[in-house]
Design a protein around this ligand. Structure first.
Ligand code: ATR
Length: 270
């Protein structure tokens, strides 16, 4: 029987995950299906129960359910428990196992696809919400030295305090970044969704800097600003999306798909 998988979110209609996983399955010859499922707000746990009862093998979880997924798991990987968020579930032996592949996806895109090693690099992580939480542990793991900036500085301070034992991390307001420079600036805020730009001061990019927006699909105000400010390399979050999916696929199927071919295809499709 074909093994069934799904991505669960709300809204979910625009998700590229079904397309990506179907391409991975075809490429690796895996007999599996992958569909998008919209769970009602407040109905995430019931949706998971239904999928398990129907014999699904696992699923991806996206906004706004990653924290609920984290709470629902019987067992977590280290990176999922550090992130307090789960984007990949495996249903096995009557248990729900949770992982978080977002951070690994980001690092793979930055280091392998974009060729930018993070060891000892000065990284500015903008945002202190779920998206920032999901990737910070992995940034430490890659050896980056991190400043977290957030509009609400308290939240940046909380995030920095939570992860202080893993490596060098400072919390900052946006104004206090004036005069500082970074090798890599990552937008993990939701500002791009509303076409807004976090209040970054000018001059924060070193000349060869990488500006990375975790959003994808359009040129964001942040990437436009970074280009105007002379950042040499600009990247949207499509590579991270493909890489986190590959990591989840590998967890489920024990096969690592080739993300390059899939990324090229994704960039061709509007
Ligand atoms: P997500 O899961 O996408 O991270 P979230 O947990 O609601 O969503 O967090 C949104 C993040 O984007 C927060 O860090 C928020 O900053 P505040 O904590 O100060 O609200 C940030 N954010 C949203 N819009 C922003 C904007 N226009 N400029 C700067 N930061 C913004």
């Amino acid at each position: 029987m074909t093994d069934q998988y799904a991505v669960i979110g709300n809204p979910i209609t625009h998700s590229k995950s079904p397309l990506i996983h179907r391409m991975f399955a075809q490429q690796t010859g895996q007999d599996m299906s992958y569909v998008a499922v919209e769970a009602p707000l407040g109905g995430f746990a019931a949706t998971i129960e239904r999928l398990r009862a129907e014999g699904y093998k696992g699923c991806n979880v996206t906004v706004p359910f990653k924290f609920e997924a984290f709470q629902l798991c019987n067992q977590l990987t280290g990176r999922a428990s550090a992130a307090h968020a789960v984007n990949t579930l495996l249903f096995e032996d009557g248990k729900i196992l949770g992982d978080n592949t977002d951070g690994a996806g980001l690092i793979a895109d930055i280091e392998q696809n974009l060729g930018c090693k993070l060891l000892f690099r000065k990284v500015l992580l903008m945002g202190a919400g779920g998206a920032a939480h999901g990737v910070i542990w992995q940034l430490f793991n890659a050896g980056a030295s991190i400043v977290v900036a957030n509009r609400t500085v308290d939240k940046a301070q909380q995030l920095a305090a939570e992860f202080a034992s893993y490596g060098t991390v400072f919390a900052s307001s946006y104004e206090a970044l004036a005069g500082k420079q970074f090798d890599v600036v990552i937008n993990a805020t939701s500002s791009s969704l509303s076409d807004a730009l976090p209040p970054l001061p000018c001059g924060i990019f070193v000349p060869h800097a990488l500006a990375y927006d975790m959003m994808y699909g359009k040129q964001t105000p942040f990437l436009k600003f970074a280009q105007e400010q002379g950042a040499e390399r600009l990247a949207d979050g499509l590579g991270m999306l493909a890489e986190q999916a590959a990591e989840a696929f590998n967890k489920w199927r024990g096969v690592r798909p080739d993300t390059q071919a899939v990324l090229e295809e994704l960039r061709r499709i509007p």
